[in-house]
Design a protein around this ligand. Structure first.
Ligand code: NAP
Length: 245
């Protein structure tokens, strides 16, 4: 008996834990054919059951071309909420080609009574607000590290999965995943004498423990504001998105 022909040709834009979850679910379905696309930030991409393509498409025009060349019927945008450019390109390319788009959009974290969070529109204004003598823990990805000045009157300990090419010499890099518990994060902050936390408002559970630790330690948190959500349809979880598919 011949296998059923796929109903959906899916391009999955990844780079998040949710995208990996969606990839596993798609790989298990026989009514879809899907490819996972990664920007190529990590030197070792995760091993997943879907075919992988790596690297930018070349702007909106390149993505339109890719969609047309590969007969893509559906684009799933499961990029990080701060990957605003890729998400905007997905919106524009789907509008131009008529491909269906489903976007994963985690809600931002909400501050609670004992939190001391300040939000900034951009990196220069956030960096200008760091007091002299501060020992900051930077958990904000590559763009946070790239935004740092070459010299400063504060100390930076940054956590990331990969070492960026343009890491300023004054940064101490910890290559690690986020700690799983507030206690683990609090211990790390104590070991490095951290006075301030800098991060994004990424939402979700996988990197939330650092904010709980900051709350417990009455530590000020400086955050870069979230980009606005893409136009609907947006789904909070992989499960909701897959159900809509
Ligand atoms: P971005 O600023 O929105 O995108 C910059 C460019 O990178 C895009 O225009 C596109 O290049 C390329 N790109 C981004 N995601 C891609 C993907 N999944 N497949 C192919 N090309 C992609 O993105 P970013 O903030 O640099 O993030 C890069 C990747 O890291 C994303 O996959 C994102 O999900 C992940 N990530 C980002 C953050 C964050 O805080 N920004 C955190 C965790 C994970 P072209 O224009 O050439 O197509």
């Amino acid at each position: 008996m011949s296998s059923p022909s796929p109903h959906h040709q899916i391009l999955l834009l990844g780079g998040t834990a949710e995208a990996r979850k969606i990839a596993e679910a798609l790989a298990a379905r026989d009514d879809v054919s899907a490819v996972l696309s990664l920007a190529g930030v990590l030197s070792q991409p995760p091993k997943l059951a879907l075919p992988l393509r790596i690297g930018g498409f070349g702007g909106i025009a390149g993505l339109v071309q890719y969609i047309q060349d590969h007969g893509i019927t559906t684009v799933i945008d499961a990029t990080h909420p701060y990957a605003a450019q890729m998400s905007a390109h997905a919106v524009a390319a789907c509008d131009q080609t008529g491909a269906r788009r489903l976007t994963l959009w985690r809600s931002p974290w909400q501050s609670e009574a004992r939190d001391d969070w300040t939000e900034f529109d951009d990196w220069p204004s956030l960096i200008a607000a760091i007091p002299a003598g501060a020992r900051v823990f930077l958990a904000a990805g590559q763009d946070g590290m790239s935004a740092l000045p070459p010299h400063s009157d504060f100390t930076v300990i940054a956590r990331a999965l990969a070492r960026p090419n343009d890491l300023p010499a004054m940064v101490t890099l910890i290559k690690a995943l986020p700690g799983k518990t507030p206690q683990e994060e609090a211990d790390l902050f104590a070991r490095h004498g951290i006075s301030h936390l800098i991060c994004k408002n990424s939402g979700g559970e996988s990197s939330r423990a650092k904010l709980r630790a900051a709350r417990d330690l009455n530590m000020p948190v400086l955050m870069i504001k979230r980009p606005p959500p893409p136009p609907p349809p947006c789904y909070e979880t992989p499960e909701l998105l897959l159900a809509a598919l």
